[in-house]
Ligand binder design. Structure first.
Ligand SMILES: *Cc1c(COP(=O)(O)O)cnc(C)c1O
Ligand SMILES: [Zn+2]
Length: 425
């Protein structure tokens, strides 16, 4: 059943049994416990959505609202997320042997990760469905973003995080006024508890019962990228993967843009999808390399904590997209990830957290092995900000000195430039 709406038509559809629902905050299909997906009536969307109409609108996250799940744009809480820079990465590209490399720098969103996109649509739906408390389980970035949006919307917020996550990520959620529950256990343990709590207390849990609505916001990353590329789809895209959800939504975004005529025929189908996880937390990558389905990892262990999920919820769906598109997947080590953070910062002036480092380290492997070739127009998605994990920056270039010109001279002359203060001056 479809509904006449001011801003497009959408409904929930069970991916297993196909039953359709208008509005629901159930975590799974009540008929068969299958997962939900949001579907848009693309014919209806086409009536108002086009390159020309998009170009006339404000450049914000709600620009292509025909393809976003909000019944009334008044409920679109706006922190100013989205429309982040797409920059040409010539210096980095040269080092990697890629002539056509772009970086979508999503580390500069209001809460400093791409999570502001899904949280924007998730919170809008939570409001429309009458919820007063929003919650989530998070490896840090989702917690910060949920807390920020809850603050702006005047909702209460409870976040569950593994007690081992980085201190800055906890500080951020605390600052926005969320109740932060640091759970003794890894992400998967915190997630199970968050599930139970949302069920018992009737909360809107962003990554559980709001998840289908939440996920749709991730598409905006690709919508913008296509527009920034003058309405082309790139040849290759590289995403960090936690649950694999972002990569799946990116795929949905290309096909919806093609399905509404915003992208030309065949554009969506030409994109090769590449995914990155940290070594030790690479359930999806392992399945890609070994064949077969995703097998959960009991104790995921990588420096890229924001994408460290042992049981990636959208893992098999992401895997299928990667395989079908003739893409690939890599799981760089901690050392490669830290090296990539430095490389990106030094060559392109972009400071990312380990999830972005993992994506770049994966791209480096893919370029070296020829899976992404020199001429491929490639977009690297940098999804989180380096100020979230400042402890990972090396201090080799730090020299402490007395406030004397002689000391500067000693450093400039390079005699003992990298020695500690006592030895330099
Ligand atoms: C959540 C997150 C991802 C991955 O998202 P999934 O949808 O879980 O695959 C990537 N990068 C950063 C920085 C994130 O916070
Ligand atoms: Zn069903």
């Amino acid at each position: 059943m479809l509904f006449a709406l001011p801003n497009g038509r959408f409904f929930l559809k069970c991916r297993a049994c196909g039953t359709e629902f208008e509005d629901s905050l159930e975590a799974v299909c009540p008929e068969c416990f299958g997962p939900f997906k949001v579907q848009f009536d693309l014919e209806k969307a086409k009536e108002t959505l086009s390159r020309a109409s998009l170009e006339k609108r404000k450049k914000n996250l709600w620009q292509a609202h025909e393809l976003l799940p909000v019944r009334d744009l008044k409920n679109a809480v706006d922190l100013g997320a989205g429309w982040t820079p797409l920059v040409r990465a010539q210096r980095l590209g040269k080092i990697l042997g890629l002539d056509n490399l772009w970086i979508k720098n999503d580390s500069v969103n209001p809460s400093f990760s791409f999570k502001d996109r899904p949280v924007a649509t998730g919170v809008a739906r939570a409001i429309e469905l009458g919820k007063k408390v929003v919650s989530c389980a998070s490896t840090g970035n989702l917690a910060a973003s949920t807390a920020a949006y809850a603050a702006k919307a005047g909702l209460e917020c409870v976040v569950f995080v593994p007690a081992t996550i980085e201190a800055n990520k906890i500080s951020q959620a605390l600052a926005y006024g969320a109740k932060v529950l640091a759970v003794n256990g890894n992400y998967d343990v915190a997630n199970r508890l968050a599930n139970e709590a949302a069920d018992s207390f009737g909360w809107a849990a962003l990554n559980v019962n709001v998840r289908p609505w939440y996920a749709e916001g991730e598409k905006t990353l690709v919508f913008e990228t296509c527009q920034q590329l003058d309405w082309r789809a790139p040849d290759a895209v590289v995403f960090p993967m936690g649950s694999g959800g972002l990569l799946c939504e990116a795929h949905k975004a290309f096909s919806e843009f093609e399905g509404t005529g915003v992208l030309g025929q065949g554009e969506a189908g030409k994109v090769k999808f590449f995914g990155a996880q940290g070594f030790g937390a690479g359930a999806i990558v392992n399945a890609f390399k070994q064949g077969g389905k995703v097998v959960p990892i009991r104790n995921p262990n990588t420096i890229a904590k924001s994408i460290a999920m042992g049981a990636p919820g959208d893992g098999d769906a992401a895997l299928k997209i990667i395989r079908d598109s003739k893409g690939g997947a890599e799981d760089p080590t901690d050392d490669e990830i830290v090296g990539a953070i430095g490389l990106l910062a030094r060559t392109e002036g972009i400071f990312t957290e380990p999830a972005g480092g993992a994506a770049l380290a994966a791209l480096k492997r893919l370029a070296e092995s020829g899976k992404i070739s020199r001429g491929d127009e490639t977009v690297l998605f940098i999804t989180g900000n380096g100020l979230k994990t400042p402890e990972l920056v090396g201090s080799q270039n730090l020299v402490s000195i007395e406030a004397k010109l002689d000391c500067v001279k000693a450093v400039v002359e390079g005699k003992k430039a990298l020695a500690p203060i006592a030895a330099v001056c």
